[in-house]
Every structure is written in structure tokens, then in C-alpha cells.
Design a binder for this molecule. Structure first.
Ligand code: SF4
Length: 351
């Protein structure tokens, strides 16, 4: 869309939202990219006081538990092992140090890079860290399938993947929740499709799948306010140029060809039943948690860090005593300040 048109439309949407929102509404964005986009574009300043936006468990690095970070660090220090991971993970503090300080860790940009590392380094066991939601899990699954085709003996993955619906259901089960609506993740929805969220129809919360440009977000908020005022809980697709009703069925088939749901622990939230993805038995040879002896001891959250509460929409970064003082992007205490999609990092940069 031409920028002049956007400049005209955004203030009009802002006025319409203010006119429609005749009662307090709290919306949760369930996507780290939305967290950053809303902060970067100053969207909150365009909304009336009746509307609050809080963050949810949508940043892949942030929701990875301290215990899983420690397991990854242990792998990185294991002789003969090379851990392959996406960049933000290496900066997240574990119990005493970061994954980046472990002996053998390599930052990659695609799961295919991990396969290439395994081919080139037959003397090393390459472990690909599997983090992220339904968006990245199919790519990891494709890497496992490729490793099996090539009979790569030195490739495995440590799956820490998580699924969005189970987290949304947990949030909805909170009797004290003040949530009126979800801003659903655009990237995840491109894979899962709109239908994936049909379970929300039976809830008391409205929802909208949103894109990431200012106009996408404002239009989505407008439609979300409309739905809330009409008590309409059917999930809306306001990102149809990318998100289809059925999603990317091939990617979802690949995902569930390799993985199956399992219980998994989310940072600050605890275990959510069947919200994780474990390798199926037939792919056990590529499962790093079966191949290596990893610690199971529960690692506590960093002292005073409110990431858990922030990820549940129950706290804002400036209510943390460390925010902007002991905890900054240069010296982060918790993952919400580390990740480029973290709520604390967004507040630090844009508030
Ligand atoms: S400011 Fe730092 S310590 Fe506080 S909640 Fe955010 S990441 Fe955790």
C-alpha cells in the first residue's frame, strides 16, 4: 500500500477504535515479532486509554526454560559434541553462564547448516537445538528426514519446540484472567492456517490473526475491538495475503511425520501438557535427549527476574527492579532482555 494511504488510514482507524471501545479491553499479542512491531511503530500511543496490550508467551527464546538452557550448555561442554543453534540462544543466561560460553557452539541460520556441519565434521556429534513454534518445527522435521535419508550417524536434535494452542488454552483457563482478546501470530498462522484456532470459538475471548505493518496491526485491532464489542469469539483472519484457511498443509504434515506432542516446560509457566514436540520413536536415533546423558535438575529463574510473569501478561518490564539498571541488552539477566523479540528488550529500545 502507498505510504500516503497508510498515513491517512492509520489516524482514521485510531479514531474508530477509540469510538468503539466503550469499555476496558486487554489484548495479548502472542508473537515476539508483534511485540517488537507494536513497540517500534508506537502503536500503543495510537490507542485510547480503554485498551491495554500485554505480551504473551510468543517469543521462542523467552519461553525456553532455564532447565533446557542448562541442558544445551551441558551439551556444548561435552567433548566431541558441536551444538548448532540460532543466534539469540547463545546469549541467554543459564544458571551460571550462557550457552555462548560453552566449549563447542556454532551459530547457524538454517537447520540445513547443521546438516552441512555434520557432513563436514564426521568426527563430531552435531546437535541442532530445536526451539520455536509451529513455524520452525517443520524445518527441523525436514532436517531430521534428510539426515535419515543420508544415514548421517553424527546428527541429532534436542527438541524444545512448543505449540501455541496449548499455551492459549492455559491462559484461558485462568479464572482471574482479564484478557478480552488475542492478537494471533502471523508467521505461525501462515503454517497452521486459520482453522487451527477454531477451538477459541468456545471461549469468551475474541481473536485476530495480524500482520506486522502498522496498517496491518491497526486494522487488526479495529476488527478485534469490533468483535469484542459484539461478543464474537470466532477467530478472524486479518492477514489473508499470507494466512490461508488450511495453512501450509505440507509443512504441518512434515512436522507431524517426525514429531508427536509431549509435555514440556515453559519458562515461568511450568509444564503444559502436550504442548511440546518430541521425536517419534522411529526417529529416536536422531534424538539428542536419548543419545546423551543430560541433566534433569530443575534450574530456578534468575533471582528477581519477572520474565515468567511478563510472558503470562501479568507484569510489565518496568515493574522489574532490574529493568534498565542491572538488566540491559548488553548485560541481560533474563531472556526477555536477550531476545530481539523479547518484551524487555522492546521496552528498553522504544519506551
Ligand atoms: S528486565 Fe531483565 S530481569 Fe527483569 S524481567 Fe526483564 S529480563 Fe528479567
Amino acid at each position: 500500500m502507498h505510504s500516503a494511504t497508510v498515513k491517512e488510514k492509520v489516524p482514521l482507524l485510531s479514531e474508530e477504535i477509540a469510538r468503539l471501545a466503550t469499555r476496558p479491553l486487554t489484548f495479548m499479542e502472542v508473537c515476539g515479532t508483534h511485540t517488537m512491531a507494536i513497540a517500534r511503530h508506537g502503536i500503543k500511543s495510537l490507542l485510547p486509554p480503554a485498551i491495554s496490550i500485554v505480551s504473551g508467551p510468543g517469543c521462542p527464546v523467552c519461553v525456553t526454560s532455564a532447565t533446557d538452557i542448562e541442558r544445551a550448555i551441558t551439551l556444548g561442554d561435552t567433548p566431541g559434541v558441536l551444538v548448532a543453534t540460532f543466534g539469540d540462544m547463545i546469549k541467554v543466561p543459564g544458571e551460571k553462564r550462557t550457552l555462548g560460553s560453552a566449549t563447542n557452539v556454532k551459530v547457524i541460520y538454517s537447520p540445513l547448516d547443521a546438516l552441512e556441519l555434520a557432513r563436514k565434521s564426521p568426527h563430531l556429534q552435531v546437535v541442532l537445538l530445536g526451539i520455536g513454534f509451529e513455524t520452525t518445527a517443520p524445518l527441523m522435521a525436514a532436517a531430521v528426514l534428510q539426515a535419515r535419508r543420508e544415514a548421517l550417524p553424527n546428527f541429532s536434535t534436542l527438541s524444545m519446540h512448543k505449540m501455541v494452542p496449548q499455551a492459549l488454552s492455559l491462559l484461558l483457563s485462568d479464572e482471574n484472567s482479564a484478557l478480552s482478546g488475542f492478537i494471533l501470530p502471523g508467521h505461525v498462522s501462515a503454517i497452521t492456517g486459520r482453522k487451527y484456532y477454531n477451538f477459541l470459538e468456545g471461549s469468551a475471548v475474541s481473536s485476530v490473526i495480524a500482520g506486522f505493518e502498522p496498517l496491518d496491526i491497526m486494522e487488526s485491532l479495529y476488527r478485534l475491538v469490533q468483535a469484542c464489542m459484539a461478543h464474537d469469539c470466532r477467530p478472524i483472519n486479518n492477514y489473508p495475503r499470507i494466512v490461508k484457511e488450511e495453512g501450509n498443509t505440507k509443512a504441518m504434515e512434515t512436522l507431524f511425520r517426525v514429531f508427536e506432542p509431549c509435555d514440556t516446560s515453559w519458562r515461568g509457566i511450568g509444564t503444559i501438557p502436550l504442548s511440546g514436540l518430541a521425536l517419534k520413536e522411529e526417529f529416536a536415533q536422531f534424538d539428542a535427549s536419548a543419545r546423551f546423558d543430560l541433566p534433569t535438575r530443575e534450574i530456578p529463574e534468575p533471582k528477581g527476574c519477572l520474565c515468567g510473569a511478563i510472558l503470562m501478561g501479568k507484569a510489565l518490564p518496568d515493574s522489574c527492579r532490574h529493568f534498565g539498571t542491572a538488566c540491559t541488552p548488553s548485560f541481560p539477566i533474563g531472556p526477555c532482555m536477550v531476545s530481539t523479540e523479547g518484551t524487555c528488550a522492546a521496552w528498553f529500545k522504544y519506551h
